[in-house]
Design a protein around this ligand. Structure first.
Ligand SMILES: O=C(O)CCC(=O)C(=O)O
Ligand SMILES: [Fe+2]
Length: 196
């Protein structure tokens, strides 16, 4: 379960937090005896960033990290942005995030399609919400041509600004499998944080 799925409802947030650490463990157990790519990524972030990196805890409790995603062939990921202050409004800790990045480790990628599409243009959270209505996103064609198109390779880590509009094109022959999290930046001398 990802944080945004809790829709800031207290019963769903309780459910999210009561399962966060066991879900991390479950992924670890599934991949054992191999190292989980997300665990490796967490170590790398901690080692590379001068102030280290740690598991996020917006509500004073440890969060989940390492969402696994399987996108079946012919499925398009609608264009959207991910802004944590929208997921948990009025949360002091979420508000202090200055930059939010999405990190995806690609496990399996379709031979054709499955590209990550990125747009430079910013759409405010309010404008995006009024365009999308009840849907989680908008058809990518509505945004015109993307500014950046990245075809992931299996084994690659791709990091991008999640507050910008992004979408994933439909794949053809295989499902697109990835492990994913967000990275929060609060300034040069603060630890990075990660969560899903
Ligand atoms: O799978 C991808 O390439 C991007 C998925 C996505 O929307 C995200 O990580 O925020
Ligand atoms: Fe996203």
């Amino acid at each position: 379960m990802a944080l945004y799925e809790s829709e800031n409802k207290s019963n769903l947030l309780d459910y999210y937090y009561s399962n966060s650490l066991s879900n991390i463990d479950e992924m670890r157990n599934i991949l054992s005896p191999y190292l989980s790519p997300i665990d490796y990524f967490r170590c790398q972030l901690d080692e590379q960033w001068p102030s280290g990196a740690k598991l996020e805890s917006f509500h004073g409790k440890k969060m989940f990290v390492g969402l696994s995603r399987v996108v079946e062939p012919e499925v398009t990921f609608l264009a959207h942005h991910d802004i944590v202050e929208k997921d948990v409004p009025n949360n002091y800790s979420a508000k202090s995030i200055q930059m939010q990045l999405a990190a995806n480790v690609h496990i399996q990628v379709p031979d054709i399609g499955g590209e990550l599409l990125l747009w430079h243009k910013d759409i405010t959270a309010n404008d995006f919400d009024s365009i999308r209505g009840d849907s989680y996103g908008i058809p990518p064609n509505n945004l015109g041509d993307p500014d950046i198109v990245v075809k992931p390779k299996a084994g690659q880590l791709i990091i991008f600004n999640s507050r910008k509009m992004h979408s994933v094109s439909a794949g053809k022959n295989k499902s697109r499998v990835s492990l994913s999290c967000f990275i929060g930046y609060r300034g040069e001398h603060q630890p990075l944080t990660y969560w899903s």
